[in-house]
Design a binder for this molecule. Sequence first.
Ligand code: C2E
Ligand code: MG
Ligand code: MG
Length: 682
Amino acid sequence: MLQQPVLSPKHAYGEQFDVKGLNFFRRLLQALQNNEFVVYFQPKVSITDMKIAGAEALVRWVYDGQVLPPVKFIPFCERTGLVIDIDFYVLEETCKKMREWMDAGMQLVRISVNFSKYHFNEEGVAERIYNVINSYGIPPEYIEVEFTETAYLDKEELLEATVEKLKNYGIKSSIDDFGSGYSSLNLLQNMDFEVVKLDKSLLGKGVENDKAKKVISSIIHMAKELNMEVLAEGVETVEELKLLKSLRCDIVQGFFFDKPLPVTEFEKRLRSGGYKEDGSVKEPERKRMQLKDVEEIGADGNKDSGSLNRYLNYEQLYDRKRNNGMFIAGLVMLLLAIAVLTVAFVIVRNGKVKGHEEEITTVTEKTFSQSEVDELVASKVAFAEEETRASVDREYRAQIREVASVYSGMTNYLRTLYPDDLVFTEGSRYNFVPINKELKMSDVLEELFVKDDTTGYLYYTDASGNKTSYMGIDVSSHQGKVDWNKVKTAGIDFAVIRCGIRGYGSGKIVEDTEFKNNLLGAANADIPTAVYFYTQAVNTDEAVEEAQFVLSLLAPFSVKGPVVLDVESASSDERIKDLTSGERTDIIIAFCDTIKQAGYTPMIYADSRFYTLRMELERLEEYDKWYANYNNITRDPAASAWSYNSPLVFPYKYRMWQYSNTGRVDGVSGNVDFNVLFDKWW
Ligand code: C2E
Ligand code: MG
Ligand code: MG
């Protein structure tokens, strides 16, 4: 039986399921994991020159070989909150495609994605949208976010704030289905939409009666007065097109031109020259390709290697494959050229011998006219490109899935449904780990956190609102030189200082270059300190070696705070990837016990995934824990304001919470980690 959510009500979407609903929900989850959702693109056409001005990304569910339209599943997804993950999935798939187009040297057009109003249950939507776009390096002006007109009557303030933030990021917003329901002219007037999309229901009537025509005309007029771009949806006939043209509508979208198209079809449209007056597709404006062009593309493809960034790897692979494709195309061209020359040579020679000029011309033209050669080459190039794309898609599907599955929206929702399990994503899977009620449990309540608006610091309070926690930062050489007096003045209560690491590549133990400076600096500024060491030990001997190294570093100082073992994954996990939970637990115990025997308080640092999947927590009860989770905490770079909406998803007892890695404190240049400490050691 389903239980009530354990998290505070604002994190629950409030839908109760019957069995049928739950099965459907599970099926949808599976669909998201298995990449069964695909994005179709419907071209938008500029009314003045009939060229493709952009497209709308529309989701489809490929279910048992059938392509299901959104009406079959989006309403359910909206009620359950799944729509958040779907919308971000669509955005990400769109950005991924756009990146491919950019890399292939195609001219981008602006693509719009639909965002449901259910995103407004949580803050930070605009930031998240921006982060996705940014991570693919898509210029923000090429993305448009569509919000449906009627959907926001009860959430106008949030919508307004989101539209404004998007605008600050350079991302366009449009108001979708305008004129379909309770059209609120206020929406147009009060918000910074760049585009208004006239609903298709306005059109049908418009060509028939004058009154409807006037309505359309005045909406267009008003939108133009407000400097908005006007797009008409659902254009199906030439009469509608003519009417819209006469009313000075900017852009049209509808079946008259194209239905939403699978991506490969849409790519063909992009390569075409737009549409003719009757709505049919113009011939592609084919560019003649010369061997030199092919070589140039090949040379460009040689991107700098060595980055660990997954996306760059994708780019490199794509480029490499494209080079291969281009190489084949080049080879084909060369062979064709040789063939043409040989045939021409033979014919000319025969002609000379026989003296039949007429025959020569006919034979030459029939065999290889220039346009035929062009055609052949173009088709070979297209084929090679298609092949490249398909094989890149195959190889990267797994990675793409992984990216798509780390969205928090669904995970949070699942948590409300399965209160007895810890739910999170690991790779492309959703993990349901039963909560072990035998362990010491956390009694932290999300509602008792308060944010200091001036500093942005987060504190825990008692029921009457008095602060009961301490605010700290953790630093390493990444922060460079720290001005600890300024840090003290900025109200920081304590600091955790990295003393060293074991390199995940070399396996060597190294002291943090800023360790001593930081420790002395903090002590002189009267800031209590703790230290941490980043482990890559693969057995207990190495763990003891690490602990002894830390102890030797600490010997000249008097550090009172915990000595933390930082157990987390690195960008390359080569060294520790084969450790079992049991082995890792042995390693942690070996380190902690060595530290403890020397009179210090040991502590472990990890996130909930690592704590739960990679350790045997029941054997680590006696050690203090420092818990990291800042996935849902965002800082708005535009407003430099903070927003907190992170449910604390780790159910077990912890002493300290690292809640952000993008904190800002006077005295530290750049970002720094922020921590809430529940009970102090000084
Ligand atoms: P929408 O955003 O207003 O999208 C336009 C819809 O009109 C699309 O239906 C499109 O296929 C349809 N359409 C386009 N031209 C014509 C035409 O000439 N005549 C007619 N009769 N229809 C036309 P689709 O793809 O079935 O999507 C329906 C709705 O589902 C969308 O309406 C949008 O509200 C929602 N939707 C689609 N994809 C997503 C998504 O990724 N996220 C969210 N939240 N909603 C989505
Ligand atoms: Mg739309
Ligand atoms: Mg619409």
